[in-house]
Design a binder for this molecule. Structure first.
Ligand SMILES: C[S@@+](CC[C@H](N)C(=O)[O-])C[C@H]1O[C@@H](n2cnc3c(N)ncnc32)[C@H](O)[C@@H]1O
Length: 288
């Protein structure tokens, strides 16, 4: 790792050197990552501050702390695990290893559910596989106390992080509960939302960084990729109130298969929603 310890480093020079190192390791977002990690390392809330302090000399300790972060990033560790946070829908979510890093594509799922709920009141919403809590906590921030909100997950780390985010974002009225899909839900549910694990085992297209660092329980949906989705659709058909709303994120190329599963389970008004890249990323439906 060639950030020479006794050289006179300034903010600007260090960013330049770290960017070169990350680029040499094939990291596409090298400059952005170098800036995000230096801003985090120096305790800056906003990376723009780096530009107002471009000529600022750094202490040996500051250089060493940053060197350690760049070393880990160069090996492929995601920036969000190094900084411990990720932006989603304009809110900052705490993340750590063992919990999926919220993805920009998932914002579409929030938009679809928000559109359905915005003019309604007194609905019970369950987010299955809540992870960091990014979906259910964002819905609460957007819609407030007029509905009831529940986030479930099977992973203890996810539940811990979702609870921390609930505190940080001031979402006291959101319940976070440990559960296998919808197993223990014994009350009427009006909306089921989920970004379930949907990647097939052994998917060759899966990014190596994701495979190495993100939790398998959050990624894989069995051999076909749709094992959890199929279970979730079956359980949702039983637990949703009549006319209840169902919306989940799906992977590229899965829309046909998931549509069939929904039809078989008796859902109607099935709609596909495309993300910014034109991929059918979200599927929504109503219970018949
Ligand atoms: C793709 S991640 C989504 C996390 C978060 N909702 C998001 O969008 O960033 C899937 C989540 O489902 C959880 N999960 C996996 N199997 C589950 C099950 N049988 N019951 C409940 N949650 C499950 C995982 O722990 C993980 O947090």
């Amino acid at each position: 790792m060639c950030i020479i310890p006794d050289m006179k480093w300034t903010v600007g020079k260090l960013i330049k050197r770290a960017t070169e190192i990350l680029r040499e390791r094939g990291i596409k977002s090298a400059r952005l990552d170098a800036e995000l990690l230096l801003a985090h390392s120096l305790g800056f809330k906003d990376r723009i501050k780096l530009y107002t302090e471009f000529e600022r000399p750094l202490t040996e300790e500051e250089v060493e702390n940053y060197r350690q972060l760049i070393k880990r990033r160069a090996k492929g560790e995601p920036v969000a695990y190094l900084t411990g946070e990720k932006e989603f829908f304009g809110f900052t979510f705490k993340v750590q290893k063992g919990v999926l890093i919220p993805r920009p594509e998932t914002e579409l799922l929030v938009e679809v559910v928000y559109d359905y709920l915005k003019d309604k009141e007194d609905k019970t919403i369950v987010d299955v596989g809540t992870g960091s809590g990014c979906i259910i906590l964002t819905l609460y921030k957007l819609l407030g106390d007029k509905h009831r909100y529940i986030g479930t997950d099977i992973s203890s780390i996810a539940l811990k992080v979702a609870n921390e985010n609930k505190e940080l974002l001031g979402c006291n009225n959101v319940e976070i509960v440990k559960m296998d899909l919808l197993k223990e839900i014994n009350y009427p549910v009006d909306v089921i939302v989920s970004n379930p694990p949907y990647i097939p085992f052994g998917d060759k297209k899966l990014d190596k960084e994701v495979l190495k660092y993100e939790p398998a329980v959050a990624l894989f949906g069995g051999k076909s990729g749709l094992e959890i989705v199929e279970r979730l659709i079956g359980e949702s058909a039983k637990k949703l109130s009549s006319n209840g709303f169902f919306a989940i994120e799906i992977g590229k190329g899965q829309s046909k298969g998931v549509k069939k599963l929904l039809e078989k389970a008796g859902f109607r008004n099935i709609k596909l929603h495309k993300d910014l890249a034109g991929v059918e990323r979200v599927i929504s439906a109503e219970r018949g």
